[in-house]
Write a protein that binds this ligand. Structure first.
Ligand code: HEM
Length: 511
């Protein structure tokens, strides 16, 4: 009889109404609670709720995505929300997408919303509980211990390393003047060498394992991107069965063994109080961030595993981010001759011999810094960052259930026409001091903001200025890639499917 009843249209209607009613509080097949407003007003008055493509919330909207389609999906969703922040509902939790500086401010400033969201779990096998991912007490104490490693005096000592690597880089460019220069081939090597020596105190080019390390980092990133694009891959069992799990493990071992081996050797030197003396390559040892960690270890504040996590975090955060920004800045300088000329004129004021240039003199390159900031605004190395509510919390006047995921779309925040008129135009003048006075303080956030901001931002700006100043002094940049040629991809950092190229023309002494 029940089977017969099931066939009747009346029962189907009743079932449908029941499901619909249930769906008002819970999405079907989703255990996630709805977000509600704190004052009882309609939710739509605070946020756009993005309709899913099916009754299952937004769960089935993003299956089988590619890095390029993820990038486009987020941009299309932002466009559909018409300048409002928006909500998605996934299997276990809602996701609050923030695209406006005004609401992002509360999240950046919050001392409670400092726990990273599920996306970061994908990087955990690589970075462990390092500064980027850790939270609460562990994060607080590590951040305090590591802050001195980015002090002005330390930056001054890193400057010598940046200059050495830069001289090597310019030599390579001089040897490859004909034709087009593939920036994706040469820039990452420069930034990886820099971060390796400043973090670990060793020159990657001097190490036999150097090439293997580079390749392994690259492979780890490729697999990470694969996982970021497919929500099913967030489950370890699914990744184990259907992803490149073994390849991932293999490359993780290479990267971890590399850092761990160097840490062991440096620890021996540290114990023998030999730092500052001559190393195994016969060179005088310079300060490296690792020294700060070894000193903390001596005081019982951190153990070997913790040191490895922090070193891996610096290598990861300090490598791709700066190379991405350098590649886009060089591209934009090639595409905007007027901006390039103005930057060139400014770098002409630096001493003839770059060995003599100080951090103060690089600080005075105000317009070059505007050019860097404008390319960070348009092409942020880190296009989104995430947080989550570890308990029910009130955010922007909305009550968010426990486990709500928050995605701060730095890319969209910095292309908001209310804060940056004609946002798709490259205009470094926006960042001249007189033009920033009335801007919302959280409209330009390429390094994030608040207490979980980027610890390495001054390091990054200095490193990039050293390279850009040297390139501009030696070469005129001409475009070989147009922006229209590029397909953008969402990875952990912003990427393009195509490699970015420029042409170089050697500058004569007076040109
Ligand atoms: C253009 C270059 C860079 C950009 C755009 C950038 C951007 C960012 C952003 C957006 C965050 C926040 C991440 C989040 O909340 O999930 C961050 C955090 C971080 N960055 Fe950078 N970064 C850059 C360079 C560097 C460098 C050179 C280093 C190290 C030498 C570094 C080390 C870190 C660390 C350790 C964190 C975590 C800080 C914490 O949570 O306390 N970054 N960075």
């Amino acid at each position: 009889m029940w089977i017969a009843l099931l066939g009747t249209p009346a029962l189907l209607v009743v079932l449908w109404l029941l499901l619909k009613k249930l769906n008002e509080s819970y999405f079907i097949l989703s255990l996630s609670r709805r977000v509600r407003t704190e004052d009882g007003s309609p939710l739509e008055s605070k946020v756009a709720v993005m309709p899913g493509k099916t009754i299952f919330g937004n769960n089935l909207d993003i299956l089988n995505f590619t890095p390029a389609s993820v990038f486009n999906f987020v941009r299309e969703s932002t466009a559909k929300a018409k300048g409002r922040n928006y909500l998605w509902y996934f299997l276990f939790a809602p996701m609050y997408n923030v695209v406006r500086a005004e609401e992002a401010e509360e999240i950046f400033q919050s001392t409670k919303l400092i726990t990273k969201n599920v996306v970061y779990e994908l990087i955990r096998p690589f970075l462990g509980d390092g500064l980027l991912i850790s939270t609460d007490q562990k994060w607080h104490s590590r951040r305090k211990a590591l802050t001195p490693a980015f002090h002005f005096n330390v930056l001054q000592s890193f400057l010598a390393i940046f200059k050495e690597e830069c001289n090597k880089f310019i030599k390579v460019l001089n040897e490859n003047l004909d034709g087009e220069l593939d920036l994706n081939q040469v820039i990452p090597q420069f930034t990886l060498n820099n971060i390796c020596e400043t973090a670990l105190g060793v020159k990657l080019d001097d190490m036999s394992e150097g090439n293997g390390y580079r390749k392994a980092i690259h492979a780890i990133e490729e697999i990470l991107i694969q996982r970021v694009c497919n929500p099913l891959m967030y489950y370890n069992w699914y990744f184990f069965l259907n992803g490149d799990y073994r390849k991932h493990e293999h490359n993780l071992r290479i990267v971890h063994d590399f850092a761990s081996g160097i840490i062991q050797r440096k620890r021996e030197l540290f114990k023998q109080k030999q730092l500052g003396h001559v190393d195994e390559f016969g060179k005088k040892q310079r300060y490296a961030m690792l020294d700060t960690l070894l000193a903390a270890e001596a005081e019982g504040q951190i153990d070997h595993e913790g040191i490895c996590d922090e070193v891996n975090t610096f290598m990861f955060e300090g490598y791709d981010t700066t190379s991405t920004c350098l590649i886009f800045t060089l591209l934009m300088l090639a595409l905007h001759e007027d901006v390039q000329t103005r930057c060139y004129e400014e770098v002409q004021n630096l001493p003839e011999d770059s060995d003599e240039t100080t951090v103060f003199q690089y600080n005075e390159l105000v317009y070059l810094e505007c050019a860097i900031k404008e390319s960070l605004r348009m092409f942020p190395s880190v296009p989104f960052i995430g947080r989550q509510c570890v308990e029910e919390c009130v955010v922007n006047g909305m009550v968010m259930p426990k486990d709500t995921q928050i995605s701060l779309h730095i890319y969209d925040i910095m292309r908001d026409p209310r804060h940056f008129p004609k946002p798709n135009q490259y205009q470094p003048e926006r960042f001249l001091p007189e033009n920033t006075v009335n801007r919302h303080p959280f409209a330009f956030v390429p390094f994030s903001a608040g207490q979980r901001n980027c610890i390495g931002q001054k390091f990054a700006i200095l490193e990039m200025k050293v390279l850009l100043a040297a390139v501009l002094r030696n070469f005129r940049l001409l475009p070989a890639t147009q922006l229209e040629d590029l397909t953008f991809e969402n990875g952990i950092v912003l990427r393009t499917q195509e490699n970015i190229k420029v042409k170089l023309v050697k500058r004569e002494a007076s040109s």
